[in-house]
Design a protein around this ligand. Structure first.
Ligand SMILES: [Zn+2]
Length: 92
């Protein structure tokens, strides 16, 4: 558990405004990218996170699907909130 995710950029990949569902691509400083699903109502809540398989997993080094990022969803979610990334991504 020595991996420390550091959110560098967030882009909106999709949304269903009516249902308050959003999909973001989160890029970390180390190049790892994750697809993150959020439900907005009644408050922003991370519902799913998965690593894009562009680069090997920074935790287990696999280059196929793994569940490592699940352990970091809290830390990543916190950074998204603190960095006000939702507002930034949605303003684009
Ligand atoms: Zn992994």
């Amino acid at each position: 558990m020595s991996y420390r995710p550091s959110v560098e950029n967030v882009t909106k990949a999709g949304s269903n405004e009516k249902d308050g569902l959003y999909e973001f691509i989160v890029k970390m400083a180390d190049g790892t990218e994750c697809r993150v699903f959020y439900s907005r109502n009644p408050q922003w809540r991370l519902t799913n996170i998965s690593r894009l398989q562009k680069t090997p997993c920074p935790v287990c080094r696999k280059d196929f699907i793994c569940k490592c990022m699940d352990s970091f969803s809290d830390a990543i979610g916190r950074q998204l909130e603190e960095g006000q990334w939702f507002e930034k991504a949605l303003a684009e």
